[in-house]
Design a binder for this molecule. Structure first.
Ligand SMILES: NC(=O)C1=CN([C@@H]2O[C@H](COP(=O)(O)OP(=O)(O)OC[C@H]3O[C@@H](n4cnc5c(N)ncnc54)[C@H](O)[C@@H]3O)[C@@H](O)[C@H]2O)[C@@H](O)CC1
Ligand SMILES: [K+]
Length: 488
């Protein structure tokens, strides 16, 4: 690979990293050690953010609310950038600057600054086109006091568009918690230097509007979580045939509807061949493309050509379901375990110890996650990424923890976080479609991390393509179109 391609790949990877407050401090220290100073970084961050605000304002007046720390310092730089570009701008200083860099940034701002406080009555507060929130960023350590919350709320209510710089004030950067009630909703949030966990975590992420990253030259930090990337998926090789493309077995259970939904998605997720494995009659409504193999599960799996197996959707939780899960675990095949099979999964089961030695993805939603944590003796403490990592480490499998903001954790502790997905995905059967898509990608790639990441992206994109109020069947059909978008 050429140096230029290598550099571009590295830059793209760095642009996807998600840094906690501690990691961000370490990254900033790295920049200092490399000869940058806080002032220069603040100028870079402020100008980058200022350009976004200038474009959004499109000539309308801007109010910048500045706090005491370096987030406030960014605000003065933004204000000066706007003034330099003939945008009418006014600063409201909620508190005087407390850091050297913020003081210096303020001293360089030549425009109007109104000091908040008793002297600034409601009538004196600016009203305008765009509010820029530079009250607090990653240094927020406690809820906003009543006067600051009221000031923020009043300004937000009187500006048509609202931009939060780095993070909306009142948001905990590491957990996405809202430290105050009634915080404003933002049009745009500009992450400075790197994404923070809160940009991808509930409930904060839904208050942020569109989110964009302003690059200030932060280097890659080892061990950082990553934002889910748009995948690049190769078309089948010229000499591909259905088995080489990936044969997926889907274990049929007591409730055929869920199994068939998974199969509908799997048929469109790239696998060359999808078989429904059933001990009984073929359920009604089986599409022509789905091959039904009837017989005892161990006999059916004796065919050595399976690329992956999906067990869980529609499985049921009775003895017959347990027996099927046992066979799936004993098969040693790459495995996607979903729904009922997750609830039946116990560390004591034969084959569970072997999960680490094969490609395996667990796809729990919150309720199933809690059952798994209980069964695997995990505390369930911490945020969703930490909980997903704990389960991945304990089970040896990749964990795709589903929700409005889904998380993928690998047994080595690495974390990928999905962007907020369409709320229309809150429809029955949506999880079956995801499991079928993961299984399809696993049959093709035999790589649990790649399959989980590709499928999560495809599922999210399929929801966008399906629009609103779609059925899970329509979602399954949209997987094919999403796949077509990312073919290499
Ligand atoms: N350090 C750097 O190299 C850079 C930092 N940048 C900016 O700096 C920000 C972080 O700066 P800071 O660490 O100064 O943090 P903040 O600007 O978020 O504010 C922290 C200050 O506010 C006080 N504080 C925290 N919560 C409070 C509350 N609820 N009520 C009243 N006071 C409160 C703290 O005691 C501290 O003095 C980032 O979010 C980003 O905007 C950018 O300028 C890029 C470069
Ligand atoms: K802010």
């Amino acid at each position: 690979m050429s140096n230029r391609t290598d550099d571009a790949r590295k830059r793209a990877q760095t642009a996807r990293q998600i840094l906690t407050v501690a990691q961000m401090r370490a990254a900033e220290q790295g920049l200092m050690d490399a000869g940058h100073d806080v002032h220069a970084l603040m100028q870079r961050a402020g100008r980058g953010a200022g350009e976004w605000v200038r474009r959004l304002a499109a000539g309308r007046s801007v109010t910048v609310l500045c706090g005491p720390g370096n987030n406030g310092g960014d605000g003065y730089v933004i204000a000066q950038y706007l003034a330099d570009h003939d945008v009418p701008v006014c600063v409201v200083a909620a508190r005087p600057p407390q850091t050297d860099a913020a003081r210096r940034a303020r001293s360089l701002f030549a425009g109007e600054v109104r000091e908040a406080g008793a002297a600034l009555s409601q009538e004196g507060l600016p009203r305008g086109g765009v509010l820029v929130d530079c009250l607090f960023g990653s240094g927020l350590s406690r809820p906003l006091s009543d006067d600051l919350a009221a000031l923020l709320g009043d300004l937000a209510a009187h500006h048509a568009m609202r931009v939060a710089v780095d993070l909306p004030s009142g948001v905990d950067a590491d957990t996405g918690a809202l430290l105050n009630e009634g915080l404003p909703e933002w049009t745009l949030t500009l992450a400075l230097g790197a994404w923070k966990p809160a940009h991808f975590m509930m409930p904060a992420c839904v208050t942020m509007g569109a989110v964009r990253l302003v690059d200030i030259g932060v280097e890659a930090m080892p061990g950082a979580a990553q934002v889910l990337a748009r995948p690049v998926i190769a078309a089948p090789a010229p000499d591909a045939h259905k088995y080489r493309r990936g044969l997926l077995g889907i274990v049929a259970g007591a409730m055929p509807g869920a199994t068939l939904l998974s199969a509908q998605a799997a048929l469109r997720g790239g696998a060359g061949y999808v078989r429904l494995l059933t001990g009984g009659e073929a359920p009604s409504g089986v599409p022509a493309e789905l091959v039904v193999s009837r017989g005892a599960l161990p006999d059916l799996l004796a065919d050595g050509r399976y690329g992956a197996l999906l067990v869980g959707p529609g499985l049921g939780r009775d003895d017959a379901a347990r027996a099927k899960l046992d066979v799936a675990l004993a098969s040693g095949l790459p495995l996607v375990i979903d729904a009922d099979a997750l609830v039946l999964l116990q560390p004591g089961l034969a084959g569970v110890n072997g999960l680490a030695t094969r490609a395996c993805v667990l796809t729990p939603h919150e309720g199933e996650m809690q059952v798994l944590e209980h069964n695997f003796g995990l505390s369930g403490e911490g945020d969703r990424p930490a909980r997903a990592v704990a389960l991945a480490r304990a089970s040896g499998a990749h964990v795709l923890l589903k929700g409005p903001c889904s998380v993928i954790a690998a047994p080595d502790g690495s974390v990928t976080m999905g962007s907020r997905a369409s709320s229309w995905l809150s429809v029955a059967g949506s999880g079956d479609v995801l499991a079928g898509t993961v299984a399809s990608r696993l049959a093709v790639t035999r790589d649990a991390g790649a399959a989980a990441a590709q499928a999560l992206w495809l599922h999210s994109r399929a929801a966008e393509r399906a629009g609103s109020a779609f059925t899970s069947g329509e979602l399954a059909h949209a997987i094919g179109g999403a796949l077509a978008e990312v073919l290499a």
